[in-house]
Design a protein around this ligand. Structure first.
Ligand code: 1CP
Length: 319
């Protein structure tokens, strides 16, 4: 999740004069920001500080991350010529990743580092829409209307994503997470036809590398069995489906991650504790459970609430 987000004063301090994409390309910033939530909250794993659009920037696309908005693409990709601009990613395009991951693995010691990338559908949505989108209408127009172009785009994005994850794994990341944040916008049938073959391809290739693979999307209640079919070891669940129900929807031997509502952290502590306790007890129905929020930390979250939550989960999961 976007753990550091903007909830930590120390994060805001180091980011004050550094634009997001510059921070994502500077090993000193990556290391510091990745370590901040580990130091402050004592979480069990670190998530590599980056963004899903970093590999797209690295292959030369003109895009930026605007504060309070998200990724914005100067010249959206909407036709065959646009798709041709998506060349393959080489490890030499992202030397800062190799350097930062290497340093982090040393600093983290026994705490694992989770690497991540955006999944092809979610990346395609930013590229086609030109920025964050509520309805993904241009994305769906291409997907429904021009399946050959769509598949070409998805194949190219899958290659870039796989390579970006492989760079992180080669440098020492102990697990990887594929974020298909906006895929919940699709019906199961459209997901099966237009997305599943591509994410399956990525997970199959990652399977050769022997690191745990996590797959996450928002609003994916109806897609959980298909997301799991794509081949991850762990499926992330937002807050809309309780974990005992989610456990029945995924493939056998698949663990779950989640799924406390990030907005619940704005309620009084007793409510947070009760809800977190419920997540933990329902999570026992799953093959394995990584406690997490159902989506990223909201920027106005009280950091002390996160520390208290981490302590609570550690205490409760020992029993
Ligand atoms: O702890 C960490 O620092 C995590 C690093 C991280 C991750 C895992 C960031 C930093 N981004 C991401 C992944 C990411 N980026 C996803 C997938 C996970 C998710 O769903 O949260 C997505 C969809 C994005 C795209 C993105 N980047 C958005 C969402 C926009 C939208 O469409 O609603 C935003 C706001 C960003 C910017 C961003 N990325 C990360 C941070 C800390 C920020 C905020 C930067 C700022 O405004 O200063």
């Amino acid at each position: 999740m976007r753990q550091a987000g903007r909830s930590l004063p120390e994060y805001r301090r180091v980011r004050a004069d550094v634009p997001m994409l510059e921070a994502c390309a500077r090993p000193d910033m990556i290391v510091e920001i990745t370590m901040q939530p580990v130091r402050r909250h004592g979480v069990d794993a670190a998530i590599y500080f980056s963004d899903i659009v970093v590999p797209l920037k690295a292959i030369g696309l003109d895009l930026d991350i605007k504060s309070g908005v998200g990724p914005v693409v100067a010249d959206p990709v909407r036709d065959a010529d646009g798709i041709k601009r998506l060349r393959e990613l080489s490890p030499d395009d992202v030397p800062f990743v190799t350097e930062a991951v290497g340093t982090l693995v040393g600093e983290l010691g026994t705490t694992p580092l989770i690497g991540f990338a955006g999944a092809p559908f979610t990346l395609a949505s930013y590229l086609i829409e030109g920025g964050p989108s509520k309805n993904h209408e241009r994305t769906k127009a291409l997907m429904y209307g021009e399946p050959e172009l769509w598949n070409d785009l998805m194949r190219r994005l899958s290659g870039i994503t796989l390579e970006f994850l492989k760079v992180q794994i080669a440098a020492g990341a102990g697990a990887v997470q594929l974020f298909d944040s906006w895929v919940g916008a699709l019906s199961a049938e459209d997901y099966r036809t237009s997305v599943l073959p591509h994410t399956s391809w990525i997970f199959e290739r990652l399977g050769e590398l022997d690191v745990p693979r996590i797959h996450f999307g928002v609003g994916t209640g109806e897609l959980l069995s298909l997301l799991s079919e794509a081949g991850a070891d762990v499926v992330g669940v937002d807050w809309r489906v309780p974990l005992d129900k989610a456990a029945q929807r995924v493939q056998p031997a698949t663990a779950l991650q989640g799924n406390l509502d990030p907005a619940a952290l704005f309620a009084p502590w007793e409510v947070v504790a009760e809800r977190a306790g419920d997540v933990l007890s329902r999570g026992r129905a799953a093959e394995g459970h990584i406690f997490n929020l159902g989506h990223g930390v909201l920027p106005d979250t009280d950091p002390d609430m996160l520390t208290r939550l981490t302590e609570f989960v550690h205490e409760e999961s020992q029993t």
